[in-house]
Design a binder for this molecule. Structure first.
Ligand SMILES: [Zn+2]
Length: 381
């Protein structure tokens, strides 16, 4: 993970959105093409953001202030804030209103160098609102110039009215939501928040069993709040990724080593909630890969700038700048199931490239933190 090969004074040749050649400038074919001079700049594979909640109804700045004044995220959630607060607001907005907001955020992400986005539902928590969110994501897929993957996260929380009857809500997910998703082709992936106070391992398995039947691949929110079996259930169901992992022990690491499931760290939410960071150093040193994502959402990570995630990963997850770059590109593409086409400058892959400002060394990119170093982005979906 710590290797990033680079060429100086080089060219990349793109045709019809595909990388068809690259190499040192003296080997650049002498053909009639449009030439873009990028002297002193770097050309990197564009970022891949494999974990976002980009469709939401409103920011949650009031909860931000409550936390500054001493309340915890769990206390706010228990008082009807958190995910349930987002769900309440989302019911009142139309599909068009949600789409307009989400489009604005997606364009912000692209300007920050992101050329593939995974977007989750999960702020609806009723059939009508979950489907509304997924239709918004489907529209984003068709209008954005980048690859978008849609994840159904109806199992993000339990609505208050089902607090004491989990099975009734799970039945709605399985018997009402999933059939509409299958019929309208609304999702690529299924996600469940498998953690303390959310979905148990048994509840998670029930939902995954049903979702796999309609062709959805699992991605799991797990081990954010404790060692609660999220990793094990993700591996058992051959999930593409298991995300969060602020809590991870030797048993979880051994389990991941016997799988193709990509561990994903989300340092933006650790930063914003002031909770522990995923021990990426320990995960990498055990021989595993890791990916990084923004977790962009209004409650715990209102940031879609992956340059900042890069800096956080180096400072607080213990990753080197090159490990973190791989985690934000090729490994993130793997966590989204698109590593055949995205995540690296490789002949035959789609030309998702970004041009950075001038730097002497790649280590400078996360060093100058909180800035957007993307000068230009080329996308192809
Ligand atoms: Zn998330």
């Amino acid at each position: 993970m710590d290797a990033v090969e680079s060429l100086q004074n080089a060219f990349v040749l793109v045709q019809d959105g595909i990388i068809v050649n690259y190499g040192e400038m003296n080997k650049c074919p002498n053909i009639d093409i449009e030439i873009i001079d990028l002297k002193d700049k770097w050309v990197l594979p564009a970022f891949v953001d494999s974990h976002t909640h980009l469709v939401f109804a409103a920011p949650r700045h009031n909860e931000y202030v409550m936390r500054i004044k001493g309340k915890t995220y769990a206390e706010i959630a228990a008082e009807g804030g958190g995910i349930l607060n987002s769900a309440k607001k989302l019911h009142t907005l139309s599909e068009d209103q949600l789409f307009d907001m989400a489009l604005k955020y997606a364009n912000q992400a692209i300007l920050n160098g992101t050329a593939a986005l995974e977007i989750k539902s999960g702020y609806g928590l009723t059939t009508e609102s979950e489907i509304k969110m997924l239709r918004v994501i489907k529209r984003l897929k068709s209008v954005l110039p980048i690859t978008v993957k849609s994840t159904f996260l109806g199992a993000h929380a339990f609505p208050i009215e089902f607090k004491n009857n989990h099975q009734a809500y799970i039945d709605i997910i399985i018997n009402e939501m999933l059939p509409i998703i299958a019929k309208e082709d609304l999702a690529d992936f299924i996600d469940v928040f498998c953690d303390e106070g959310f979905y148990s391992v048994e509840e998670t398995k029930q939902i995954l069993d049903a979702a796999i039947q309609i062709g959805l691949k699992p991605k799991i929110h797990g081990n954010e709040l404790g060692l609660t079996g999220g990793v094990q259930v993700a591996v058992e169901f051959n999930a593409l990724s298991v995300d969060h992992l602020e809590h991870i022990g030797d048993e979880e690491i051994d389990c991941l080593k016997r799988s193709k499931t990509m561990p994903v760290a989300l340092p933006g939410s650790s930063f914003f909630l002031k909770i522990p960071y995923t021990p990426a150093r320990k995960i990498i040193d055990s021989g595993l890969p890791i990916a990084l994502a923004s977790d962009f959402n209004p409650g715990s990570s209102p940031n879609c700038n992956l340059w900042f995630i890069w800096s956080l990963a180096c400072l607080y997850n213990g990753m080197t700048p090159t490990e973190a770059l791989n985690a934000l590109t090729i490994n993130a593409a793997n966590a989204m199931g698109i590593s055949d086409t995205h995540g690296s400058v490789t002949i035959g892959k789609k030309a998702n490239l970004m041009v950075t400002k001038a730097f002497e060394h790649i280590n400078e990119m996360p060093y100058w933190f909180t800035q957007n170093h993307t000068e230009r982005i080329f996308t192809s979906k």
